[in-house]
Design a protein around this ligand. Structure first.
Ligand SMILES: NC(=O)c1ccc[n+]([C@@H]2O[C@H](COP(=O)([O-])OP(=O)(O)OC[C@H]3O[C@@H](n4cnc5c(N)ncnc54)[C@H](OP(=O)(O)O)[C@@H]3O)[C@@H](O)[C@H]2O)c1
Length: 274
């Protein structure tokens, strides 16, 4: 019997690709998105790949909606073997530029929504002794970056949650992993939350940061490649907690994990606002 996968945020980008690639790998895929009226690109990609998807609505920040969605999948498919927490949203701005509603929005979509959905699928995975929880975090889940305070804060939080969960879940046959992409060409930049003020004391640094970010995205990895890496992690036959989607992402995360006093990361990211 094929594994049943639930993927969040499949209207665009990596989530769209991962959903199709998982179906191509033989899984039954429940592809979720906030607005199923936006499923056109996903369905076209699925048709081109010769696979079918079960498309359902899910806003990961809506706890009741998430519970109803998981209930519906369990009713119709019997179980969920693979959860891909892909939905997420970026945010630029340094602390003083961020209002607390924006910070909470970032936690809701990138952290609390992921935690809630993970809690919904874990009981069944634990009972069956089999499951995968794959969460798309970011290099920004391991490396703090200027003008990414709220986004990196939320992505660090979700990495901490998942790394803490990993060895406990593993005892019950559930593999918990994070995927850390660097810049990927998707709708991500267009969807980023931005501060209103552009003429504040940070304007010059912010402009330098945006210019540096633009050049990173000029050389971004394709969503096809990053999405394929997500599907590969979700179907891998050996376990690792931390996955990066490109050599650049691996180098960047590696720099931070080996940076005991924090100076290597600060030294590298200082140049971004020079
Ligand atoms: N692109 C990058 O450079 C990059 C780098 C590192 C990590 N990431 C992470 O990769 C993941 C996928 O991003 P992407 O690059 O593929 O960007 P994307 O094209 O903007 O895709 C993000 C997806 O998340 C969905 N989404 C946003 N808020 C949601 C919510 N409340 N509930 C359900 N779905 C929601 C969006 O759906 P709607 O159509 O409803 O808005 C969209 O389908 C995110 O977690 C992001 O943080 C991206």
């Amino acid at each position: 019997m094929p594994d049943i996968a639930l993927v969040t945020g499949t209207s665009s980008g990596m989530g769209l690709v991962a959903a199709v690639d998982l179906a191509r790998a033989g899984l039954t895929v429940v592809a979720t998105m906030r607005d199923t009226g936006r499923a056109g690109a996903l369905l076209a990609a699925a048709a081109a790949a010769g696979v079918e998807l079960d498309v359902r609505p899910l806003d990961v920040t809506d706890a009741a909606g998430a519970a109803a969605c998981v209930d519906g999948v369990l009713r119709d498919h019997g179980r969920i073997d693979v959860l891909v927490n892909n939905a997420g949203r970026g945010c630029v701005g340094t602390a003083e530029q961020l209002d607390m509603d924006t910070v909470r929005d970032q936690l809701d979509v990138n952290y609390l929504g992921v935690v809630a959905l993970t809690k919904l699928v874990l009981p069944g995975m634990r009972e069956r002794g089999h499951g995968r929880v794959v969460t798309v975090t970011s290099v920004g889940g391991a490396v703090g970056q200027p003008f990414a305070d709220a986004y990196c804060g939320a992505k660090f939080a979700v990495e901490g949650f998942m790394q803490s969960l990993a060895v406990v879940a593993e005892r019950f046959g559930v593999w918990v992993s994070v995927i850390e992409p660097a810049a990927v060409a998707s709708d991500f930049v267009a969807n980023v939350q931005r501060p209103d003020a552009t003429d504040d004391p940070y304007a010059e640094l912010f402009a330098a940061y945006l210019a540096r970010t633009q050049s990173a995205f000029d050389n971004a990895q394709s969503a096809a490649e990053a999405g394929a890496a997500i599907a590969a992690c979700a179907t891998a036959t050996s376990y690792a907690f931390r996955w990066q989607t490109s050599p650049g992402a691996t180098a960047f995360v590696g720099m931070s994990l080996a940076d005991l006093d924090g100076e290597r990361v600060l030294g590298a990211t200082r140049t971004w606002i020079a």
